[in-house]
Design a protein around this ligand. Structure first.
Ligand code: FMN
Length: 174
């Protein structure tokens, strides 16, 4: 997680947090709200990836840190106004802000975990509102996805890698 926390975010606002669901009781509660997908019970930990739609606001400690870097609160004001316009102006922008940044953190966790031989599996086939309520997220917070983490069981046969788009299908060069 510490490696993954190097993930970039807009204005370094880091509009995310992770809830590590590790206890058997917590995993059971989550499993019920994740369409009873077996990996939530099988994996030793599943992360709830949380995005914060309100993290562009002035109370985010990242602004204080930027002020210290720039030599005062006055210097931060234009950036704060920019962040409000870009990420706080509409509901759509707030959701995009929270989800795009938190998704980069989530993928970074998977790559970092792989460095330690740990597999990761995302889930969005879940009850977002139910998990938000069950795990007491704040009003501005939303569940972005779940990420089950654990060591692969030896001898288990995985589905073959699904077909991916080719460069030409994927990229439009302009
Ligand atoms: C955001 C996201 C949500 C996903 N949700 C689920 C899920 O709820 N259940 C599941 O079994 N797989 C889920 N997956 C896994 C995808 O089905 C899988 O990554 C895709 O089929 C490609 O397979 P591969 O990653 O094994 O190559 C999800 C993947 C992502 C990125």
């Amino acid at each position: 997680v510490e490696l993954a926390s190097l993930a970039p975010s807009a204005f370094n606002l880091q509009p995310w947090r992770l809830i590590a669901v590790r206890s058997p009781e917590g995993r059971e509660r989550l499993w019920r709200l994740a369409q009873q997908q077996p990996k939530v019970l099988e994996a030793p930990v599943t992360l709830i990836v949380v995005g914060d739609r309100g993290a562009w606001q002035g109370d985010n400690p990242a602004w204080g840190e930027l002020a210290a870097m720039l030599g005062g609160a006055e210097a931060v004001k234009p950036y704060l106004a920019m962040a409000e316009a870009l990420y706080g102006a509409t509901t759509e922008r707030r959701i995009k802000f929270a989800e795009s940044n938190a998704a980069l953190l989530a993928m970074s966790v998977v790559y970092a975990a792989r460095c330690f031989g740990v597999e990761g599996h995302f889930m969005s086939g879940i009850d977002f509102a139910g998990i938000k309520q069950e795990f007491a997220l704040d009003e501005d917070e939303e569940v972005v996805m779940l990420l089950a983490l654990g060591y692969a069981e030896g001898g288990k046969v995985l589905y073959p890698r699904r077909k991916r788009q080719s460069y030409d299908e994927l990229v439009e060069e302009v």
